[in-house]
Design a protein. Structure first.
Length: 243
């Protein structure tokens, strides 16, 4: 009888150990530029975080966000946009920075640091993974040659807005001018479109549509949905789906 109980207890323990521990999604935004010679190491670090997923308790969701303020310096970054520069400038003001800079990593909209500082970045991700997050349910994802649609459901949360992002899964460039002239650069999860799709004051339960930028129709892409707190810019929840 004791032997049977011991065997049952052991089996239960093994089954419990086999149950995967839920990971908390953490958004890492990297503000970068192909015109910045300091950015390739940060690009490589972001790519390794995306692929390795080895920070305990964290599901690292990454975005490469290419600013346009380096475009005048000999090389126009094909993935840059003034909208991304404006997004980084908002963070710079919130963090009390003298100005925006590259490479800068922002973790969950709450903390900025040099994007190639592996130790600081891993510490910030691990810290962010300890905070509770809103659950964002995404289903029925479909893509056409002009847009991505999905059914999204999020519980009510006051003072928060919902955003949808379409990002290229990966991109490559051979840079012929500027600070990175002669280099072959690789990027992961390159932001191509970001749209505010609604408020969470009354919750959210409907289809969202994000328009695709020209030239993205044949790309493998990612759809990110995140909740951002008004005023602070903190990311309250984030979800990622392959398209």
């Amino acid at each position: 009888m004791l032997a049977m109980l011991a065997a049952a207890t052991l089996a239960a323990g093994v089954q419990a150990a086999d149950i995967p521990t839920a990971k908390t999604p953490v958004l890492v935004e990297l503000f970068t530029s192909e015109g910045c010679s300091s950015c390739p190491p940060a690009d490589a670090l972001l790519k390794s975080l995306d692929h390795e997923q080895n920070i305990p308790g964290a599901q690292v969701i990454v975005l490469s966000e290419h600013v346009d303020y380096w475009d005048h310096d000999g090389w126009r970054d094909p993935f840059s946009s003034p909208e991304i520069t404006a997004r980084q400038e908002i963070y710079a003001r919130r963090f009390g920075q003298d100005s925006a800079y590259t490479p800068e990593a922002v973790v969950d909209g709450a903390k900025g640091m040099v994007g190639s500082d592996r130790r600081a970045l891993l510490g910030a991700i691990a810290e962010a993974a300890q905070r509770p997050k809103l659950k964002i349910d995404v289903a029925s994802v479909e893509a056409s040659n002009k847009s991505v649609q999905a059914e999204v459901k999020v519980a009510p949360h006051l003072s928060a807005d919902l955003y949808a992002v379409v990002a290229d899964d990966d991109d490559k460039s051979s840079v012929s001018r500027g600070e990175n002239s002669g280099r072959h650069l690789e990027h992961v999860a390159v932001l191509r479109s970001i749209q505010r799709v609604g408020s969470l004051d009354q919750g959210f339960d409907r289809q969202v549509r994000v328009d695709l930028p020209h030239g993205s129709e044949t790309q493998k892409m990612r759809l990110l949905i995140f909740a951002e707190e008004r005023g602070t810019g903190h990311i309250l929840g984030v979800s990622e789906t392959s398209v």
